[in-house]
Write a protein that binds this ligand. Structure first.
Ligand SMILES: NC(=O)c1ccc[n+]([C@@H]2O[C@H](COP(=O)([O-])OP(=O)(O)OC[C@H]3O[C@@H](n4cnc5c(N)ncnc54)[C@H](OP(=O)(O)O)[C@@H]3O)[C@@H](O)[C@H]2O)c1
Length: 269
């Protein structure tokens, strides 16, 4: 029996999904979820040891899909082109880009070090642009695809002391809206996830004020957000929030900005 099993080629992956920021938090949870769904996952991040942990976890759970780790920095356009070339060499096509890699920053815009603000803008805006520019030709060659941008509820409703971060996440909405028209002919859909507070390494690594969380705002697990990404791939929404409280925050923040700013000031102190 074992001899025959060796002769049967492995099942081809259902979809090939390129996820940036797959070494921790939401990206890691998404990589494991898609591997559980039988997909081929190109898992991109800078920390190769953490990517190796994600691969080991998938093997330990005997997931039917395969995670292919790629060490790359989203702020480097050449590295992203290389990452997509490696994905094509491994899986032969590319169906989905999950542009998830991101960092936070909190503090007054004027007094914060420029290096912190620059890092946020380069990772959260340039990183998404480099990822899209690298992935789209491969998706077009694969007959179409879907881009999911992992953004924040602070994109549509910016918060005080989070100007650079909010601007970087608002930029994903602009990028997505513009790209939707541009990529339609190539059968590539674009969705933006407006994510609320999630329990990951994000707060610890936040530039300016690491470790600080909004204790009065409920927190989700990264697995919940990964489930939301999977739903977005099925439903292809333009934008999506995952909980009623995040939906209400975005709705109220857009309709009653003054009131929301006062609530935010209380939540964040
Ligand atoms: N957690 C929240 O409360 C929350 C709320 C709303 C939105 N979000 C968004 O969700 C996304 C994922 O964050 P998370 O919560 O999962 O945080 P996380 O655990 O800190 O994960 C961030 C990921 O981004 C990667 N990354 C950062 N800079 C990178 C770069 N230059 N090149 C390649 N990869 C890079 C990190 O990997 P390496 O360090 O190994 O490169 C890591 O895998 C972010 O875009 C964030 O803005 C998070």
């Amino acid at each position: 029996m074992q001899v025959y099993e060796k002769l049967i080629p492995p099942e081809p992956p259902k979809r090939v999904i390129f996820i940036t920021g797959a070494s921790s938090g939401i990206g890691r949870a998404a990589a494991l979820l898609f591997a559980a769904m039988g997909d081929g996952v190109a898992a991109v991040a800078r920390r190769s040891d953490r990517l190796a942990d994600t691969v080991k976890e998938a093997e330990k759970r005997k997931l039917p899909g395969r995670i292919f780790p790629i060490e790359a920095d989203v702020t480097d356009p050449a590295a992203m082109q290389r990452a997509v070339a490696l994905t094509l060499a491994e899986f032969n096509r590319l169906d989905v880009l999950v542009a998830n890699a991101g960092i936070g920053q909190r503090g007054p815009l004027v007094e914060s070090p420029w290096d912190d603000l620059d890092a946020v803008l380069r990772t959260n805006i340039d990183g998404v642009i480099h990822s899209v520019r690298a992935a789209v030709p491969a998706m077009r060659a694969s007959g179409g695809g879907h881009i999911v941008m992992v953004s924040s509820i602070l994109g549509p409703v910016p918060g005080a002391y989070a100007a650079a971060y909010s601007a970087s996440k608002a930029a994903t909405d602009a990028l997505a809206r513009s790209l939707r028209g541009e990529l339609k002919a190539g059968h590539i859909a674009v969705s933006v996830l407006h994510v609320g507070q999630t329990h990951t390494e994000f707060a610890e690594k936040r530039l300016g004020q690491p470790g600080r969380v909004a204790t009065r705002w409920p927190t989700m697990t990264p697995e919940r957000v990964a489930g939301g990404i999977a739903q977005a791939l099925e439903r292809k929404p333009r934008t999506m929030t995952l909980r009623w409280i995040d939906w209400l925050f975005v709705w109220a923040g857009q309709r009653f900005p003054g009131l929301l700013d006062r609530i935010l000031a209380r939540v964040y102190g």
